[in-house]
Design a protein around this ligand. Sequence first.
Ligand SMILES: *Cc1c(COP(=O)(O)O)cnc(C)c1O
Length: 368
Amino acid sequence: MSTTLQDLRPTPKTGLLDIAAYVPGKEHAHGVAKVYKLSSNESPLGASKLAIEAFGAAARNLEMYPDGQANALKQAIAEVHGLNAGNILCGNGSDELLGLLCQTYLAPGDEAIYTEHGFMVYKIYIMAAGGTPVVAREKNEQAEVDAILNAVTTRTKIVFLANPNNPTGTYLPFEEVRRLHAGLPKNVLLVLDAAYAEYVRRNDYESGVELVSSSENVVMTRTFSKIHGLAALRIGWMFAPAHVVDAVNRIRGPFNLNSAAILAGAAAIRDRGHVDQAIAFNEKWLPWLTEQLTELGLRVTPSVGNFLLVHFPDDSAKSAEAADAYLTSKGYILRRVAGYGFPNALRLTIGSEEANRGVVAALSEFLK
Ligand SMILES: *Cc1c(COP(=O)(O)O)cnc(C)c1O
């Protein structure tokens, strides 16, 4: 009998090594006086002062386990959003919840759908659960309901829709989300990832609260990493039917949120003034950057989030890769998005005024 690698050392389960690890946005640029990190959609306003204070207070009881139910945080979310706390489950970032949903509903052979330029994390968690990722085409960098519905088979268990989507910044009007839901079999879970919901200023947008409340197969996920400026603490939550909360709750880590996250998150969500400031800031600079970059001759996908997808000319000297190298040399770090099906685009997070003005000036130089 021949000896195989499997006999010589532990090997990951089937399919696991087919997963490509998530590549986060770059952080460093060398040899520049100042670095502007515009690669991870972090808030240029930082966290609420009240959240920072609450974080400090957590230092007094580091010997104690956190509240495994994260009740203080759930209560705050429920209060601010007018929801029933029993339908909320918190996670170590919304990423954790997306993974737990896959572990809960996908067995090997099951399929889960996401869209062509959808968030990369979905694919990782689908495959980690042994599921088969199925990609639905987009049209004009926008999710398309009919393409998603056409991808549904008897093996489909989950549909992921980031609304608005990252990295495109486009969104589906809620009528379209309702049409998607109406077309799905009742046993398929529709996961609405509303990480950027607070930024959207459109009358035809909804994050999904009503649809979750009025059905048994819709979940909405949210995060504290974006508008609340708490990415470092890893806080996400989902609003879901009771039977989904119950199922996912059985497999989550017993203390999946740490005490600092629970306290700072509760303070952050109650600080409506800080959230409003972040919304107003984005409302000013998102259109400004869109206009400036368009005037430079770059195509910008219309975005409702806190970031822009910027497309570069076919000319190799002016490509996204060349722009990335040039901008990095000036201290401006943007996100390469080749892995999302955009080999010649960069994603730019709306930054501080200084960063926004600087990146436009640098791009103007680059394109000369
Ligand atoms: C940033 C982001 C999240 C948030 O992830 P966290 O784990 O909560 O930090 C979720 N979905 C999308 C589409 C995102 O861009």
